[in-house]
Design a protein around this ligand. Structure first.
Ligand SMILES: [Fe+2]
Length: 297
């Protein structure tokens, strides 16, 4: 049996090490056993804002035991609809209670005319989209009074004619909004396979100083080769390799394993967390020993 790693010291609002998305399918066993592999947790605040009962109890328990980071699903920064100001006000209270130092949303769109899509829809890589995203990110930051991190999304087709590449689009939004990024390494991998670009080159261009958090997850490969970002499979070797590459680039940034379906036993999830922690520990040690070699193109 592999020995459990020691849990990094807690520092409210500033998680360290490897965390796990808090899902009710895993929460009971997680809270009961409190495994050392889980250093912090991430929640979707939509599951908790304005809800009592078991949801409120679960959040309370999570706060007692872990640093809790929020990752939103409904205030996508590319949506044509305005922000839901009533929801944003309640989110602000939740963030304050979490002692959060950032909140993340997706660089995508998900609602139009008051109707919501359950999928994150791709923004066109255009200057108009850059302006729309930057406007929303700035408004969200002003209203929540906290740093906003945007997550690069997976997508399966581009709407219309792009005016720039995905990485150029991401760079322009980050600059225009002067915001942080939640860099999803799996999403870069999925997009790179589906749209045929070099994931390592993409990851190297992400401005390291803006990265506050990483996501990794598993995906499903269809018989025709298209990769679907399911979060319901084990993390693949290619994503582990890209995580290694990314950590060389960004340094000690908290890593979150997203598992959103096809749940295995918690012990299997903990095996993945140990492997992620092993990559993290190895790269950080390499950076410590050879900092001069860490400058990468
Ligand atoms: Fe993600």
């Amino acid at each position: 049996m592999t020995e459990s790693p020691s849990r990094p010291q807690r520092s409210p609002g500033r998680p360290k090490g490897v965390g796990l998305g808090l899902r009710h399918e895993l929460a009971k066993e997680l809270f009961e056993t409190r495994p050392r592999e889980v250093a912090w947790v991430e929640i979707h605040p939509e599951n908790y804002v304005g809800r009592g009962g078991t949801f409120a109890a679960m959040l309370e328990e999570a706060r007692d035991r872990y640093d809790v980071v929020t990752h939103g699903l409904t205030q996508c920064v590319g949506s044509p609809d305005p922000l839901d100001l009533a929801y944003v006000a309640r989110l602000k209270t939740l963030l304050r209670d979490n002692r959060a130092t950032w909140h993340s949303e997706h660089l995508a769109w998900c609602n139009l005319g008051g109707r919501f899509s359950h999928d994150l829809l791709p923004m066109p890589f255009t200057r108009a989209s850059v302006r729309r995203a930057a406007e929303t990110i700035r408004e969200l930051r002003d209203r929540l009074e906290i740093e906003i991190a945007i997550e690069n999304a997976s997508y399966y087709g581009h709407p219309g004619e792009p005016e720039m590449s995905e990485i150029e689009f991401l760079e322009e939004v980050l600059d225009a909004a002067d915001c942080k990024i939640l860099l999803d390494v799996n999403n870069v991998w999925v997009n790179a396979q589906n749209h045929r670009f070099d994931p390592a080159a993409f990851l190297s261009r992400v401005p390291a100083e803006r990265v506050v958090q990483l996501h990794v997850a598993g995906h499903f490969i269809r018989p025709d080769g298209l990769i679907i970002d399911t979060h319901a499979e084990p993390v693949c070797d290619g994503v582990y390799d890209m995580l290694d590459h990314t950590l060389h680039h960004v340094g000690d940034v908290p890593i979150l394993l997203e598992r959103d379906g096809n749940y295995p036993a918690l012990a299997v999830v903990l095996d993945e967390l140990r492997r992620l922690e092993a990559v993290r520990a190895r790269v950080l040690e390499q950076r410590r020993l050879t900092p001069a070699l860490e400058v990468r193109a």
